[in-house]
Design a protein around this ligand. Structure first.
Ligand code: DGY
Length: 324
């Protein structure tokens, strides 16, 4: 008797036409509306699943795995995977995959947009205008900081960090400094126009500091009150990585007291909750974790996750694609 097709749980509405490629090989249980799944719902959904396509919203760790005896593969639709307990997945023999590369340039675009918006007070200006506060052109309205020719700091120099460095160096004539666990080969440094420095120097010399490093318990609150105190009072901080990298209360304090000029945040410690201390400030640009959110990139991420899942389940990397 033929064995039944693998069962796949798809945790959120993604792109139906892409996800439907799984149906050629698998029985698909796809959630069709944006849903907040409490941990017990994730566990229940995984109970009969051979594979899962999940987003950063769904946490999978020992408790969920203990109830998922058939699970063989989890494809995360995202490059960051701190929602997955990799050690527990490894121990359970479950393959985990993510979606690097396809979102690099789009996420770098958003990082750069936040640098520009924070430095040039774009969202603050717009709010002020909409509030009807613009009486006449004035020489001193919304004075901000220059981006071109300034010093761009990058903490975490993976693919996205390098893409931001290229924008800064080649597009805006910026001096680019970076700090990373390991130094890049000289040829790569030259190509992106970036100079390696220690963290202390990065904090002290950056006019605009962008966080692009993967989050782990080891770098929790790497940007804390002491780190913020080392930054220039005219500087801005941008976080497009994970909220846990920044002590948000210390950041709100620094922004409110003028010890830091501005910030641009796309990610938050308790997202989707954003601290009232941040919401109350005008000198912080707040976006709802949209780093990779262009239509083309989100489709590419889902396609890659589908391909990853099929490959992990030995259904072949192209098995689900329609013939062209
Ligand atoms: C990622 O891929 O890690 C992003 O944060 C989600 O778009």
């Amino acid at each position: 008797m033929a064995s039944p097709p693998p069962r796949i749980w798809v945790s959120q509405p993604l792109f139906d036409d892409v996800v439907d490629q799984l149906a050629a090989h698998c029985e698909v249980d796809a959630v069709r509306e944006v849903t907040v799944h409490p941990p017990e719902a994730v566990a229940a959904a995984l109970r009969e699943a051979d594979g899962a396509l999940v987003t950063l919203n769904e946490r999978i760790g020992p408790a969920e795995l203990a109830q998922a005896p058939k699970l063989r593969a989890v494809a995360n639709v995202g490059v960051g995977y701190n929602n997955l307990d990799i050690a527990a997945l490894d121990a359970a023999g479950v393959i985990a995959t993510n979606t690097p590369d396809v979102l690099t340039e789009t996420t770098a675009d958003l990082g750069f947009a936040l640098v520009m918006a924070a430095a040039r007070r774009i969202t603050e200006s717009e709010r002020w205008l909409r509030e009807g506060q613009w009486r006449q052109w004035s020489f001193s309205t919304m004075l901000g900081a220059d981006v071109h020719g300034s010093t761009l700091g990058i903490l975490g120099m993976g693919r996205i960090g390098q893409a931001i460095a290229r924008r800064g160096h080649h597009g805006f004539g910026m001096k680019v400094l970076y700090h990373n666990r390991s130094r890049l080969p000289a040829g790569v440094e030259q190509g992106v126009g970036a100079e390696y420095v220690d963290l202390h120097t990065l904090l002290a010399q950056s006019d605009h500091l962008v966080l692009v490093l993967p989050y782990s318990q080891d770098n929790h609150h790497i940007i804390d009150a002491a780190a913020l105190a080392r930054m220039k009072p005219t500087a801005s901080l941008v976080n497009i990585a994970r909220g846990g990298l920044v002590d948000e209360l210390a950041l709100a304090d620094a922004l409110a007291s003028g010890r830091l000029a501005a910030a641009g945040l796309d990610v938050y410690e308790g997202e989707p909750e954003v601290r009232p201390e941040l919401l109350a400030l005008r000198n912080v640009v707040l976006t709802p974790h949209i780093g990779s959110a262009s239509l083309a990139t989100r489709r590419a991420m889902v396609q890659l996750a589908v391909d990853n899942l099929l490959a992990a389940l030995d259904l072949g990397p192209d098995a689900g694609r329609p013939a062209t």
